[in-house]
Design a binder for this molecule. Sequence first.
Ligand code: ATP
Ligand code: MG
Ligand code: FE
Length: 353
Amino acid sequence: MIVLGIETSCDETAAGIVRRDADGAGTVLSNVVRAQLEDHAPYGGVVPEIAARAHVALLDRVVAEAVSQAGIPLADIDAVAATTGPGLVGGLMVGAMTGKAIAFAAGKPFVAVNHLEAHALTARLTDHVAFPYLLLLVSGGHTQILAVRGVGDYERWGTTIDDALGEAFDKTAKLLGLGHPGGPAVERAAASGDATRFTLPRPLIGRAGLDFSFAGLKTAVRLAAERAAPLSPADVADLCASFQATVAGIVAARARDALVRFRAETGVAEPVLVVAGGVAANGAIRSALQAAAAQAGGTFVAPPLALCGDNGVMVAWAGAERMALGLEDGLDVPVRARWPLDQRAVPVVGHGR
Ligand code: ATP
Ligand code: MG
Ligand code: FE
């Protein structure tokens, strides 16, 4: 089955095409992502109205490129998937309307995809990971630990009680004058920094449960920056390295605890820990999770960097997984600004491969 996926929930205008074979194996046929960085740069963050207008301006061309890169006629596509939530409503409407229009014109089914489900299922495309697995979702808007039992079957075990991890990276970068998006900028600066120079708090770590908190950490970075002011580039590098090492330690500690619970609840002897979302691109976080999984007797899977941030491939894949279970949607399906992953609006089906 070949599926076209469209992603417009935030500030990436993206389309991708994947093939899913009957045995569940996946192949990426094309991946086109246009980040709207310059459009939002003057404002230091994503402006919803600007994002929606940019999606309108860019999406037709992005979809056309995805189709031509895949080298197949549109007629060979079996279904069209688009992100219908959660995210910025204006952008979601642009992507959903475009996806529905293409599906209608081509006489193909439409699949409404939850953006978080698309992040969550990417590891099944790239690494053919079988259910159940443990997911650490770390992105611009979310920081969650979920047990993934099947398509549409997610149980949330932990979440952030304040900022998302990507947001913490972005705010730290802004504070240090590193620009937006902050994650890659902090990681670049951290590369030459001393991670042991600043001791930062690890909120909630050591306490029971699997929740996260990053707001206090952000404040601690601000106070440390104020004490060290005026900041030299070396100070900035040390602060970034200290921040990055601290959050890597936090997610690794939670991942270890979650793997213990996962093994106890599922009986799976060698559990798989999957990381997903934009922050999954971070090298320090990937190695900390790799080590945590090894310590807990599990294996670690991270998507390739190109599929960590928002993209159309993950939407196409989630669409293909849902199509394989007969889960297509009507053209009247609405977009949803808020849409928790553990409340998929469909019956729970699809365990095993
Ligand atoms: P959500 O998926 O929760 O709806 P989103 O789609 O905006 O939010 P993503 O695009 O998945 O989020 O991820 C973007 C986030 O990832 C940003 O906060 C960005 O700073 C962060 N990020 C990207 N690359 C890195 C990196 N190398 N290190 C740390 N953070 C990173
Ligand atoms: Mg983005
Ligand atoms: Fe995302």
